[in-house]
Ligand binder design. Structure first.
Ligand code: PMP
Length: 427
């Protein structure tokens, strides 16, 4: 039995399913999860000492590559000064100033410890500020596991949602309207019917939780227009795409100013930092100034903030994003060429340092299209690649991530492995 298998058996005794976050369990692809011992640059090593090229990057944060020496040094120094104070620090001001500078729609920001907290708090704030209950989300977007966001479309057109998790009372999701991503007409209709009751629309402007799906310009611009017209708050959930697709996030690419933005992943550089922020007049509704309660023992933790601040500094290096995008595009071009060469219904797409691979002819633009891709082919491809030392997201519904340390030779090794894997599964 391999060390990974032994660890997985042992983990299942004391941890439900053997993992601390479900997607790590390889449920949708089958097999034994790899237990990771260490990571450096674009690589990590599992408990059997097998090396992998890593394309999940801790599900987004590892944009600089793993264990960047400057980030490690900042964390080590911060740790010597004490791990947590429960009182404010100057570093938190620096972090807030940096976020507000890089994302101009954010006038004020509050730091939290996870993306879930960021979106959950943004939602409460939007409801508190508008004094409305109803919210709109889109099928296939994930915003963390707050109760009112664990919801799928109800039966019938424009009906309110049903919980996707047991333990969530239907009463908690009855105010959540779930619409189709990239469907402008449905969005118009929803506002026509419920406009003045809608507190907010929450959206991943580049969706990374149903594989990679880009919003159309029209979709996001009509969302902005409708929110403004009806006094609803537009929340961009950029926990994944913020500082990942561009320095100013997806909002800088689409040139849209959301009212609130949720951030996470990259801004913590691998430690637990997330944030939500936006218009100062909305943020003023938060405690201690206003009546919307939100708090956290470890919010703005000094060690985590040291990792985040250093990461935010390093990603501002000239050409950082053009290099990251170029490397990601090389990977995607290589994969698309393979699809042609081998005549397989397979394609890939990218934006910034994020990519998607799809076992279908054309890049999907909707949740339905993603669902129709060949899940069995993905599963077989995933395992062949894993065997060849390439670690892709263990699910056909997750985006992939490239780091600044994914060099030409790393990308070339990946494409060569993909040729072998695709040939094998296509036989
Ligand atoms: N929003 C988005 C867009 C995400 O991708 C995620 C996590 N994958 C979250 C929110 C929740 O973040 P966390 O896992 O840090 O709670």
């Amino acid at each position: 039995m391999s060390v990974n298998e032994t660890l997985f058996q042992r983990a299942q005794i004391t941890t439900p399913g053997g993992v601390n976050s479900p997607v790590r369990a390889f449920r949708s692809v089958g097999g034994t999860p790899r237990f990771i011992k260490k990571a450096l640059g674009p690589h990590f090593w599992d408990a059997d000492d097998k090396q992998y090229i890593d394309y999940i990057g801790s599900w987004g944060p590892a944009i600089l590559g793993h264990a960047h020496p400057e980030v490690i040094a900042a964390v080590q120094y911060a740790a010597t000064q004490g791990l947590s104070f429960g009182a404010p620090t100057e570093a938190e001001i620096l972090m807030a100033e940096e976020i507000c500078k890089l994302v101009p729609s954010i006038e004020q920001v509050r730091l939290v410890s996870s993306g879930t907290e960021a979106t959950m708090s943004a939602l409460r704030l939007a409801r508190g500020a508008t004094k409305r209950d109803k919210i709109i989300k889109f099928e296939g977007c994930y915003h963390g596991h707050a109760d009112s966001l664990l919801v799928k479309a109800g039966s019938g057109l424009l009906t309110f949602g049903n919980p996707t998790s047991s333990g969530v009372p239907a009463d908690f999701t009855k105010h959540t309207l779930v619409l189709n991503y990239n469907d402008c007409e449905q969005l118009e209709n929803a506002f026509e019917e419920f406009g003045d009751e809608i507190a907010c629309v929450i959206v991943e402007p580049v969706a990374g939780n149903m594989n990679l799906i880009k919003a159309t310009e029209e979709f996001l611009h009509s969302m902005r227009r409708l929110c403004t017209a009806h006094g609803s708050i537009l929340i961009f959930d950029e926990v994944m795409c913020g500082f990942r697709v561009a320095l100013g996030g997806a909002q800088s690419i689409y040139n849209i100013t959301p009212d609130l933005t949720a951030l996470g992943k990259v801004i913590g550089g691998g430690l637990p930092v997330a944030a939500f922020g936006g218009k100062a007049e909305i943020m003023a509704h938060l405690a201690p100034l206003g009546g919307v309660y939100q708090a956290g023992t470890l919010s703005g933790n000094p060690v985590a903030v040291a990792a985040g601040l250093t990461t935010l500094k390093l990603i501002q290096a000239p050409d950082f994003y053009s290099h990251l995008s170029k490397q990601t595009q090389k990977l995607v071009d290589g994969l698309n060429n393979l699809a042609k060469e081998l005549q397989i219904d397979f394609c890939a797409d990218a934006i910034g340092g994020m990519f998607g691979i799809y076992f279908c002819k054309e890049v999907p633009v909707s949740f339905d299209q993603v669902m129709r891709a060949d899940a069995d082919m993905f599963k077989r491809f995933f395992h062949e690649m894993l065997e060849l030392g390439i670690y892709l997201a263990p699910s056909a519904f997750e985006a992939g991530f490239v780091s600044a340390q994914h060099s030409d030779s790393v990308i070339e090794t990946t494409i060569n492995a993909a040729r072998v894997a695709l040939r094998k599964i296509n036989m």
